[in-house]
Design a protein around this ligand. Structure first.
Ligand code: FE
Length: 259
């Protein structure tokens, strides 16, 4: 199922929520942005999503017109399908410089030659079509080299693993406009996956400068309306990651794993 988060005559942002079987792996979203006939695909996912995504996106753009495969970081649910996308298109991979030489491990020999754009920590604006995608620093949220993506046309912030909730593919298709009560999994996810409150505060300060109409995370439902401010306020005060780790979490293991 594809959902048009934004569409005008020249520009569209498409969300795919349900390409991963719920019982098999964590739900994950993939995004396609098309501007004046050229496109970028964000966090296209692993091998489970490839077939359906590449078929469905043809409604909007031919794989040949895909300029970039943009990856927030290098996890399996982000770009494990890289080899297939590199084969099906001429697109370049855009990824943190920290991962630029690790990502080719997803591919056959030679497939990424001269096709990896290594993004420096400061990020940048990636031109395609007649606009640009802003690559915002989001390091340690959760990956060490991590970017989020802001589309100045739709004013959607594609926030990767920030703002995530753990929902089914169908549930993830419904926009959340109020964070009371918290969507399933949101609090536990951020407490364990985000590195520290210091990082969250730096990020909140940065994104408050943006005009945001929607935050679209890589897992769970998009966030809009009052929920955007609620999310920023909550993250600004959230203790997480190393803030809440202590000696209790670093004890030699005692029990046998049940396998
Ligand atoms: Fe990840």
């Amino acid at each position: 199922m594809s959902i048009e988060l934004y569409k005008d005559a020249n520009h569209a942002c498409i969300l795919f929520t349900d390409l991963v079987p719920d019982e098999e792996a964590v739900q994950a979203n993939q995004f396609l942005i098309v501007d004046h006939g050229e496109g970028v695909i964000l966090d296209p996912g692993g091998n489970m999503t490839y077939n359906e995504l590449s078929l469905t996106m043809r409604k909007y753009i031919a794989p040949n017109n895909l300029d970039y495969i943009v990856a927030s970081h290098a996890d399996p649910d982000i770009i494990a399908s890289l080899d297939r996308w590199m084969t099906a298109s001429q697109a370049k991979l855009v990824i943190s410089s920290l991962w630029a030489r690790f990502a080719p491990h997803f591919c056959k020999l030679g497939k990424t030659d001269n096709r990896v754009v290594a993004v420096p920590d400061a990020g940048g604006r990636l031109r395609y079509g007649q606009t640009s995608l802003w690559l915002l620093p989001a390091h340690f949220m959760h990956s060490e080299g991590n970017f989020q993506f802001y589309d100045p046309v739709s004013k959607i912030l594609f926030s990767g693993d920030l703002g995530v909730s753990l929902l089914s593919g169908v549930e993830a298709g419904h926009v959340i406009t109020n964070l009371q009560p918290f969507p399933h999994g949101m609090e536990a996810f951020h407490r364990r996956y985000m590195v520290s409150n210091k990082i969250l505060k730096l990020w909140v300060n940065m994104v408050r400068q943006l005009d945001i109409v929607m935050i679209a995370p890589q897992h769970g439902a998009p966030i809009a309306g009052a929920a955007i401010g609620q999310l920023l306020d909550w993250l600004d005060g959230l203790a997480c990651g190393i803030d809440i780790m202590g000696p209790g979490q670093y004890q030699l293991p005692q029990g046998d794993l049940r396998v």
